[in-house]
Ligand binder design. Structure first.
Ligand SMILES: Cc1ncc(COP(=O)(O)O)c(C=O)c1O
Length: 389
């Protein structure tokens, strides 16, 4: 964040009515009006809510955008951005896209005439060569979920601009604590605030931040027209999560680096995916565009089977087997059978999500305990390998 932690904490306002240091939760559906259309800036809570408005201002500030818009889930945020398009428009998307976004594009929007071309956006030339006159939106995640691929936001933003299409960056994995795509030229940023922004695995939420006010107003219109708003209480939880975002993310990065380096040394591990490793193919781009490498580490096993991965993910004690990421407690998941189940196996493998790929969300526990936990689970696989030989 180019704003320091002090500024971030104090961008969350003290309540002007009462002086409450914590943001009040306005749990209301409507607001009394003085006369028809004469009100205090609020008329109906789908359209606006003071608690949600504070979160929307905070995410706009954190992402250096003009406008923030809060949704009931990350997917609802993605959905609202896609609704900026018209039938016949095309999206150019990163091939290793989050499974839920793929499902939304393929199973919902395709039937309305919006087609998506998937390319490996880690190579900027692929983006340049795949744009057509119908491409109106470029969609990248960087790092991607779950193979931590890195795309060059600044270079892709230039291509988007030259072709008059919008660039949307799903910034869920990095969070604004590490990376601010709008400063690098992106038009729209989306978040599953369920992850690092919330930070405690206790809510589902989505956020959009836009560079231009005009685009922000269109998304805000869609938010009200389609109705997938974030509740006052969940808005409050995300605000509370954001208060400790820089501190949490800093420690997530430290712990993840240690875990990634340990995994590289273990004989049962094949590949380790972490942008903080010097041998990550786009390590230099990650270092250029973000302040840290995040809390997610993925790896594959020498025994590249779903069975071996299942054995590993059911053998850890501290890393709990669950979808989601970005919380205080460490989680792990097996994308082939969980988050990426909706992507056909061949397409999944082609995007680098191998059968044995395991994704770790490295939490805030003592990192030595986390390494010990991984080691004992990997050793179980190794023992089993030796027994079967
Ligand atoms: C990168 C990314 N974007 C979007 C989403 C969707 O967010 P939500 O689960 O809050 O709808 C996820 C969920 O895992 C994600 O990992």
């Amino acid at each position: 964040m180019n704003k320091n932690t002090t500024q971030l904490i104090h961008s969350i306002p003290v309540d002007p009515l009462t002086g409450a240091i914590a943001v009040p939760i306005y749990q209301t559906s409507t607001y009394v009006q003085d006369a028809p259309g004469i009100n205090k800036g609020f008329d109906y809570a789908r359209t606006n809510n003071p608690t949600r408005a504070i979160l929307e201002n905070v995410i706009a500030e954190l992402e250096n955008g003009s406008t923030g818009i809060a949704f009931s889930s990350g997917l609802a945020a993605i959905d609202a951005v896609v609704k900026l398009l018209q039938s016949g428009d095309e999206i150019l998307a990163v091939d290793d896209i989050y499974g839920g976004a793929f499902r939304l594009f393929e199973q919902v929007y395709k039937k309305f005439g919006i087609n998506v071309n998937y390319v490996d956006t880690t190579n900027v030339e692929n983006v340049f060569n795949s744009i057509t006159s119908k491409t109106k939106l470029i969609w990248i995640e960087t790092p991607t979920n779950p193979t931590l691929k890195i795309s060059d936001i600044e270079a892709i933003a230039k291509i988007a601009k030259a072709h008059q299409c919008l660039l949307c960056v799903d910034n869920t994995f990095a969070s604004p604590a590490l990376q601010q795509p709008i400063l690098l030229g992106a038009d729209i940023v989306v978040h599953s605030a369920t992850k690092y922004l919330g930070g405690h695995c206790d809510l589902i939420a989505g956020l959009v931040a836009t560079k231009e006010k005009e685009v922000g107003e269109k998304v805000k219109f869609i938010q009200n027209a389609s109705g997938a708003i974030l509740s006052p209480f969940d808005s409050w939880l995300v605000i509370r999560g954001i208060e400790t975002l820089p501190l949490r993310v800093k420690q997530h990065c430290i712990n993840a680096q240690v875990v990634a380096e340990f995994l590289q040394t273990h004989p049962s591990v094949d590949k380790v995916f972490y942008p903080g490793l010097k041998d990550h193919p786009n390590h230099n781009i990650a270092a250029k565009q973000s302040k840290g490498f995040g809390g997610i580490v993925s790896f594959t096993l020498k025994e590249d089977t779903e069975e071996a991965a299942t054995r590993f993910v059911t053998s850890t004690n501290l890393f709990k087997l669950a979808e989601s990421l970005g919380g205080v407690k460490s989680l792990l998941c097996h994308p082939a059978q969980m988050t990426h189940k909706s992507i056909p196996a061949e397409r999944r493998r082609a995007a680098g999500v191998a059968d044995s790929l395991i994704r770790l969300s490295v939490g805030l526990e003592d990192v030595n305990d986390l390494v010990k936990d991984i080691e004992q689970a990997l050793n179980k696989i190794k023992t089993r390998n030796l027994q079967t030989v």
